[in-house]
Design a protein around this ligand. Sequence first.
Ligand code: PLP
Length: 506
Amino acid sequence: MSAEEFRRHGYAVVDWLARYWTDLDQRPVTPDVAPGQVAASLPERAPEHGEPFEDLLADVDRLITPGLAHWQHPMFLGHFPMTNSGPSVLGELLTAGLNPQAMLWSANPALTELEGVVCDWLADLLGLPASFRGNGVLQDTASAGVLVALTAALWRRGGEDWRRHGAGTRYTVYTSTEGNCSIAKAVRVAGLGEDRLRLVDVDHHAPAMRVDHLRALVEADIAAGNVPVMVAATVGTTSTTAVDPVAEIGELCREHGIWLHVDAAYAGVAAVCPEMRWIHHGVELADSYCVNPHKWLLTGLDCGAMWVTDQRALTAAMTTTPAYLSGSTAPHPAAVDLRDRQLPLGHRSRALKLWFVLRWYGAEGLRAHIREGIALARDFAAKVRADDRFEIVAPHPFGLVCFRLHADDATNAELLRRLTTSGELLLSHTDVHGRHTLRLATGGTATTSAHLDLAWRKITDIAADLLAVAPDAEAPRPGSAVGQPSAGLRVQEDLCGVEGGVHFGQ
Ligand code: PLP
């Protein structure tokens, strides 16, 4: 593709995206497709001869867009928002065009240093401790962040012995029963085995970690000859956005020399607002911390910001110096080799898009975005609370409201199924204290109060129908008497987790 062709087709793609964003609310939120349907519409083999770009874009319209779940749709209210924005996409476009490989400082001095600066800016905006300065990196996800943190923690505990001989069966890791599934995965991938993960009880009201139970588990492990290596505390759990008592957890960790990782993947960005800084109480005791600008901070997937305070441990755990790379970095404190802060050797640069987002919106624009998400959730929760057919089942300090109909689990599941298969909106669900609970998340870039009014109308309409048919706890099971699900697995049911009982993030 010549530069001239690139320019012409590039403009067409930008036009296509601008139109897509503008018209998005005219589309169903989720597609009504079955597994294999999209693949079956595509040729079996790659073309022998190159094709005109116009045909490629036309096929995106014809074959791909109808099969998309539109995460940027203003009525996509499930899971957590996966926000995006013009400046983020344009930063990503530049990055794609430059295609930099920033594994070593010398491989990409400008983007390496820019990454350090935007991580410092972000830490400052979120009120994170000064010890995080100079110690940031942009990973792909929070899942990578917790695995990298665990690896550094293992190095700090096990040193050369761990490096040479692996984790063995001595080490134990702790998170609450509400900790994200990525923590269990990290424990597994790090070779500890999932039975080395201790699940700490949560208290009943806000399902946050119980420090007395954490202490009991840690002390029992020490008495049994195990070595507690890391606690993963959560600021904003996936199910309900509960906030663990990080300060108390941190003190316990200090007492026993345990690495404290703080997973603030979704909620951490709320601290751009001074009135939300309380969520970071105790974070100065953390050894590592991660937050995803790609969830609620207008930055496209992927962008998982992470900091460690003991850079020496992280570098020692991660570094590799093969002959073909040795001696390539200048021995200067600013010459950071990003390969030493992550799992892959090659470093995909995410700094430009985050830089663009921070500069385009400015701190005040970011605060306005977060405040709007919180206010929308508060207003929605007020409506739920005022309707005695419903209950709110967990506190909602951020943009997520967990609620349910006063009815049995099957009726609540049916409510969610009907909402989602309507194509008009998407909610998701979880279990709170063993009860089927609906999750509605605000914060999407295009979601306004008018969209939430519409969502509430739809929810109450369907609830009224369901309660008319099954006014008591004897409500029919999903798909039997009230409303028939379409045959087989379809996206609309699978994405909200109704059919398979998928518990998002658990
Ligand atoms: N931690 C928490 C609290 C989350 O809510 C999530 C995802 O929703 C994750 C970790 C995993 O994030 P990622 O997809 O960036 O790995």
